[in-house]
Design a protein around this ligand. Structure first.
Ligand SMILES: [Zn+2]
Length: 842
């Protein structure tokens, strides 16, 4: 995962994959060093019949660092410039031994995907500027056409990330035509000369995008007005596999290129950014699935995380639909005409475009039985916003200016942010029972741990059953799989805590290089335990015990995954010392970003988590959490690399600096190497002594004995077994079932029945039921095959691995079950999962 933050849940499963850079690496094509998007204005119509989203997007730009005067062509990356676009860069560079800068030039060609301006020009001229024909990709593996500006005679080419979109028209927007816009032109005079007019328009956009944060309302207002301004000339464009390339005849430099452009486009039903499906109540819906290609099949954008921008979204739908999207306002739909609603959302905090999320369906808002309990009214909400306005200026934040909650005392002291829950109708009651209580508990636990909530409000949506993971976090919206709704609050609570943690790690603090996925997933996994212990109000020792049990479970999973995957995919920082580097124009490729196997791997979650845990043990929990709060204070609203975290940590805690804990050492041991880090190997031996683990071991022994007796007695008259079993926590049950799965002896029918009855296994959460299904399959407990079938249909976020189990026994009945379930779910299944399952079934 890259932009949206997904929490997968698949156990070990190995596939013979050959890593192929041409197929596995994801190119980010946008030339952000030349032009940097600051705001998107989306205006869309959704048609469920044709499964198409159609409309316009207006992009507002600033010239990128490479377009500025005096920008040195020798600079390695645009992030090394000290202009305004670089305020979002992580921090002072840490002095870690890195290889010579010139090492970059020795990289293989594919790492330098770049736009080839040469040869494209002719095609565009021939086709004319109305072409939306899918031409050959502009991607070139040649390093020589990297720097577009250096071609001299060539027109400047704006490159956007774009895939599976039909682009209909691209035009320059005449922002100067907006009434009242004169106030943004204080330094320019309006004349008829075309060049001056062009300068004037760019001047207006510049003034608009650089308005101070306390004028955010005015800024949003004028963004909207400008986006509705008439066009003033169509621009030449062509689309490639991964990009949309736009130019204007005779315009050679980004500075002169239009800073506000409007693109008319349509999505394609098969586009991989959204999925069209039906919800659990069989009503049509469409939503972003957190695909590796992010949002580029939803709107043309600049994918590199450095292009942090704000957005406004207007979506029109038939009135039976609810539109949820990343927006800080709780949109009230406006009726446009009979049966047609318009929904409007905005954000004021700049975020990478990949974090944008949308979900449109006939969702029902889940509310408490008594409406009086709902204390968060819109009035109160806008009161908080207006409070925020008082405190915008100055402050100690390191990010670009925006109305930041960290500087607002009212926001900082808010334990629980306003939130809503949406679900398909048939899941409403289950949701009300499980989630409504949990959200405030988890939110206030998060606040108690990390302080200020970075986002002002939250929507939680139970997504359709084909969603391929347990949860996903985006600004102002969390997706949860229906799999968290069964078997008590444990799985739901921990998952909520995980997604809530992403508000800080993954969203407010993002990875500057997407290959460093551990920064978001490792932190969220680590904090999930911390939040959940606070949410349950566990005493310290109990919390610690539960966390050790969890560590053991994660350790087992990591160990299996390391044994069953390609070494290269086990490295947390696959780009090593080149992490964070961009090409001259700002493009880069995400190593293994499209690799199907990697999508199901959890190594980034697990190794990242273990690293953070390792550091916490060395430093002490209290000091460590204090440090995390400081870290959040410093880096929220910014993008970071691993060393930003490590350097600050080791500087903050000087006594830890030394031979054992150095940044170089940690990076070498934990981030740049495949396999299990040595300190983890050592620590893993200690978890067997944990009380909760020993309790499980004890129970396992009992079950083995029960099984032996049951087998001996199987032909004689059966006596009721008098074994007393301990009550176990859900995580203990998972461990118990895993241990029983590892036993070589066959568990006889009676043992399985007794196991099922003792723990009510059919009613447990999805993690427990997953292991139970494995036991059913392993021991061919045929009368329970229906449970496996239900799991494969209803818990698609977790069930992929079970297909492999069904196939491996070479049992006709089991294989038939696998084929049957796949046939029933295949068309709905997400693309990567379907691909993986199809390969298992072949
Ligand atoms: Zn701030």
């Amino acid at each position: 995962m890259t932009g949206n933050l997904q929490s997968g849940c698949l156990a070990n499963w190995s596939m013979e994959t050959m890593l192929d850079p041409a197929k596995d690496d994801l190119p980010l094509m946008a030339n952000t060093c030349h032009m940097l998007v600051k705001h998107y204005e989306l205006d869309l119509d959704v048609d469920f019949k044709s499964q198409v989203i159609e409309g316009t997007i207006v992009l507002f730009f600033e010239p990128g660092s490479k377009s500025k005067k005096g920008a040195s062509a020798l600079e390695g990356t645009c992030l090394s410039q000290s202009d305004e676009t670089c305020k979002i860069r992580a921090s002072e560079p840490c002095h870690i031994p890195v290889t010579n800068v010139s090492a970059r030039s020795s990289k293989t060609g594919y790492n330098d995907f770049a736009v080839c301006a040469k040869g494209e020009k002719d095609t565009s001229d021939k086709n004319g500027n109305h072409s939306n024909g899918e031409q050959a990709s502009g991607i070139s593996s040649s390093k020589n056409c990297c720097d577009i500006e250096n071609h001299g005679s060539e027109d400047f080419l704006l490159v956007l990330d774009c895939c599976d979109l039909s682009v209909l028209k691209v035009e320059e927007v005449d922002v100067a035509a907006v009434p009242g816009i004169e106030k943004f032109t204080r330094s320019a005079k309006l004349t008829d000369a075309s060049e001056e007019l062009r300068n004037l328009r760019n001047q207006i956009v510049h003034e608009l995008v650089t308005l101070p944060a306390d004028r955010w309302r005015e800024q949003l207002y004028y963004y909207t007005r400008c986006s509705q301004a008439p066009g003033c000339g169509e621009l030449l464009f062509s689309t490639g596999t991964w990009s949309l390339e736009i130019r204007k005849a005779e315009i050679k430099a980004p500075r002169e290129f239009p800073h506000a452009i409007r693109i008319w486009y349509k999505t394609k039903p098969q586009g991989r950014s959204v999925t069209w499906t039906t919800d659990q109540s069989s009503r049509p819906c469409v939503y972003t699935v957190g695909s590796p290609i992010n949002n580029r099949a939803l709107f043309p954008c600049q994918e590199p995380p450095v292009a942090m921008s704000t957005w406004q979204t207007t979506v029109r739908t038939p009135s039976c639909f609810v539109v949820l999207t990343s927006g800080e306002n709780t949109a009230e739909p406006a009726q446009l005409q009979e049966g047609l609603l318009s929904w409007y959302y905005y954000v004021t905090m700049p975020m990478p475009a990949s974090t944008f999320t949308i979900a449109i369906g006939s969702w029902t808002e889940v509310k408490k039985q008594s409406c009086t309990a709902d204390i968060w009214t819109n009035k109160e909400f806008s009161f908080l916003l207006s409070k925020a306005d008082l405190r915008l200026i100055g402050g100690s934040c390191g990010h670009v200016e925006y109305p930041c909650r960290f500087q607002n005392p009212a926001a900082s002291s808010q334990l629980v942010i306003p939130h809503r829950v949406f679900a398909p109708l048939c899941l409403r009651d289950r949701c009300a029972e499980i989630i409504l209580e949990l959200i405030p508990q988890c939110l206030s636990a998060a606040h108690a741990t990390l302080g200020t909530h970075p986002f002002s409000r939250l929507d939680v949506l139970i997504v359709p059953s084909n969603f391929s993971s347990l949860g996903m976090a985006s600004p102002h919206i969390i997706f949860l799989s229906q799999s968290v709704l069964t078997g008590g609050s444990h799985l739901c609570g921990t998952r909520l805590c995980h997604e809530i943690a992403h508000a800080w790690f993954g969203l407010a603090i993002g990875a500057r290089d997407w290959t460093e996925e551990w920064i978001s997933e490792g932190f969220a996994t680590y904090l999930e335990d911390v939040f959940w212990a606070v949410a349950q109000q566990l005493p310290h020792d109990e919390a610690r015990e539960q966390q050790e049990l969890k560590a053991l479970l994660r350790w087992r999973r990591l160990r299996d995954e390391v044994q069953n995957s390609e070494e290269e995919l086990q490295v947390l920082r696959p780009n090593k010392e080149n992490t964070g580097e961009l090409s001259e124009s700002g493009t880069c490729t995400i190593k293994h970003g499209l690799n199907a196997e990697k999508i199901f791997m959890q190594v980034h979650y697990l190794k990242g988590y273990f690293l953070l845990r390792f550091l916490a043990r060395r430093i002490g929990d209290t000091t460590y959490l204090e440090f995390l709060r400081k870290f959040v204070q410093k880096f929220h609203g910014q993008l970071i690399l691993s060393q930003d975290f490590l350097c600050m940590l080791l500087e903050d805690i000087p006594e830890q600096k030394g031979f054992v804990l150095s940044v170089e050492n940690i990076i070498e041991t934990w981030l740049d190497t495949s396999g299990i880090p040595k300190p983890l190997l050592e620590e893993s031996r200690t978890w067997d002594h944990c009380r909760l683990v020993q309790q499980v071991n004890h129970e396992v022994t009992k079950w083995i004995q029960v099984n032996q007796r049951a087998r001996k007695r199987s032909k004689r008259k059966r006596r009721q077994d008098e074994v007393a079993f301990q009550k176990l926590l859900p995580d203990q049950l998972v461990l118990l079932l895993e241990c029983l799965l590892e036993e070589k002896t066959t568990l006889c029918l009676r043992t399985l029945q007794c196991l099922e009855k003792t723990y009510h296994l059919g009613e447990q959460d999805a993690e427990v039921r997953h292991r139970w299904c494995e036991l059913i399959i392993k021991h061919k407990y045929t009368t329970r095959y229906a449970e496996v079938e239900t799991f494969l249909r209803e818990d698609q976020a977790m069930g992929v691995y079970l297909y492999g189990e069904l196939m491996v026994n070479e049992d006709a009945k089991q294989q038939e079950l696998a084929y049957k379930c796949f046939a029933a779910t295949q068309t709905q299944m997400d693309v990567s999962s379907a691909k993986v399952v199809a390969e298992m079934l072949l």
